[in-house]
Design a protein around this ligand. Structure first.
Ligand code: MTE
Ligand code: MO
Length: 344
C-alpha cells in the first residue's frame, strides 16, 4: 500500500488491487483521524449503547448483535478526499491519488432493525455515531458524525464482517457503520454509541471538515459531503506506461454512490472523440462497475486516455472537477487523464 502518514495511519489501495471487483482486506485503503486500538478489544466487554430520542435506550452485547437478522451487501467505500492530489489547484489534506477507494461485501445488520427495537420518538431526525478510537493531535477531538434519519432507516448497515472475515481491527473491529453509497466520513468505525437526535451532531468533524466550501468562506456554510458522485477511474494501463501498437486494453471502474452506472465512454485522443466501453463483471447496488475498452492502437506516439461515466439518473462526470477548499469529491474527467506512449 502507499502509506501517506503512519500516525494516524493513512494509506491507499494500490492501483493493481483496484482491478478486481472485491478489494482484499489487507490492501483496502485505510483512513484514520485518530489512533485505533493496538489490539482487538475483548468482545465480552464490548457494549453498544443506543440512546437519545428513543422509547427505550439499549445496551447491546456483541452476541445480541449477532442474534439479529444478518445481511450481506456490497458497498464501494470512498474517502471524501480521494483524488485530491490530482487537482490542478492544490487543496490541503492527504495527497490521495485514485486509491482512496475499495469495494467489499459487508456482513452485519440493518441499523433500522436496532432503531426500531429502541423505538423512535416523534422529534427524531438525525442519528449520531461515536467510535472508541483515541483522538490524535493537540485538539484531541473525537470522530463524531451524524447522518439524517432517512438514510439511517433506509440504507445504513452496521457491519461486523468484511469480505467474509471478522471486521479487521483497522477497519473498525468489532462493528462499524456503513451509510451505503456515501463517502467514508459517514461510516464511523469502532462503534461504541449510537444516539438518536433532533439536530445533526456538532464539532470539528461535522462543522469544519467534510463540507464543500471555497477559501475565505465559513466551512459551516458549505454542504455536508454525503452521497458519492459519479466517477470513473482507469486502472489499466497506468500513467506514463509505454506499450506496443496493437490491442491495448483500457480498463477501469465506475461508481456513483446510491446510483447505478449507465455507461462509460473512453477517449484516446484527449477528449476529441469518445467510444463506448463495455460494462463487465458484477453489478450490485452501491458497488462499482468494472468496464473495458479494447483499443486498436495502430500508430505510435504519445496519447492521452480519458474515461467518463454516466449514472443511472443520466448525470455525467464533469469535464473538470468542482474545486473546493478541502479538495473533496474530485471526479473530474481531465484530472483523471492518463498519458501513455505507444511504440509502433
Ligand atoms: N471512528 C472513526 N471512524 C472513521 C474514521 C476515523 O478516523 N475514526 N475515519 C473515517 C473516514 S474519513 C473514512 S474515509 C473511513 C475509512 O474507512 P477504512 O479505513 O475502513 O477504509 O472511515 C471513517 N470512519
Ligand atoms: Mo475520509
Amino acid at each position: 500500500m502507499r502509506v501517506m502518514t503512519e500516525r494516524p495511519l493513512n494509506a491507499e489501495t494500490p492501483t493493481a488491487s483496484l482491478r478486481s471487483w472485491i478489494t482484499d482486506n489487507e490492501v483496502f485503503f485505510k483512513r484514520n483521524q485518530g489512533q485505533f486500538p493496538d489490539a482487538p478489544i475483548n468482545l465480552s466487554q464490548w457494549v453498544l449503547r443506543v440512546d437519545g430520542l428513543v422509547a427505550k435506550a439499549l445496551s447491546l452485547s456483541f452476541e445480541d448483535i449477532r442474534r439479529l437478522p444478518k445481511v450481506e451487501v456490497a458497498d464501494t467505500l470512498e474517502c471524501s478526499g480521494n483524488s485530491r492530489s490530482l487537482l490542478k489547484n492544490k487543496a490541503s489534506g492527504n495527497p490521495w491519488t485514485i486509491g482512496g477507494v475499495g469495494n467489499a461485501i459487508w456482513g452485519g445488520i440493518w441499523l433500522k432493525d436496532l432503531l426500531e427495537a429502541a423505538g423512535l420518538q416523534d422529534n427524531a431526525r438525525h442519528v449520531g455515531f461515536e467510535g472508541f478510537d483515541k483522538p490524535m493531535g493537540s485538539a484531541g477531538i473525537k470522530f463524531i458524525r451524524s447522518i439524517p434519519l432517512g438514510k439511517a432507516m433506509s440504507s445504513t448497515l452496521l457491519a461486523y464482517e468484511m469480505n467474509g472475515q471478522p471486521l479487521p481491527l483497522k477497519h473498525g473491529y468489532p462493528l462499524r457503520a456503513l451509510a451505503l453509497g456515501w463517502t467514508g466520513a459517514n461510516c464511523v468505525k469502532w462503534l461504541s454509541k449510537i444516539t438518536v437526535q433532533e439536530k445533526s451532531s456538532e464539532g470539528f468533524f461535522m462543522d469544519k471538515v467534510y463540507r464543500v466550501f471555497q477559501k475565505g468562506e465559513d466551512p459551516k456554510s458549505g454542504e455536508v459531503v454525503t452521497d458519492i458522485d459519479i466517477k470513473s477511474i482507469i486502472v489499466e494501463p497506468v500513467m506514463d506506461q509505454t506499450l506496443s501498437a496493437g490491442v491495448v486494453p483500457v480498463r477501469g471502474a465506475a461508481y456513483a454512490g446510491e446510483a447505478g452506472i449507465k455507461k462509460v465512454e473512453v477517449s484516446v485522443d484527449h477528449g476529441a472523440t469518445w467510444h463506448p466501453a463495455k460494462l463487465i463483471g458484477l453489478e450490485q447496488p452501491y458497488a462499482w462497475r468494472h468496464w473495458e475498452y479494447l483499443w486498436q492502437a495502430r500508430t505510435g506516439g504519445d496519447y492521452t486516455i480519458m474515461a467518463r461515466a454516466t449514472d443511472a439518473n443520466g448525470i455525467r462526470q464533469p469535464e473538470t472537477a468542482h474545486w473546493n477548499a478541502l479538495g473533496y469529491g474530485n471526479n473530474g474527467v481531465r484530472e483523471h487523464a492518463l498519458k501513455i506512449r505507444i511504440n509502433a
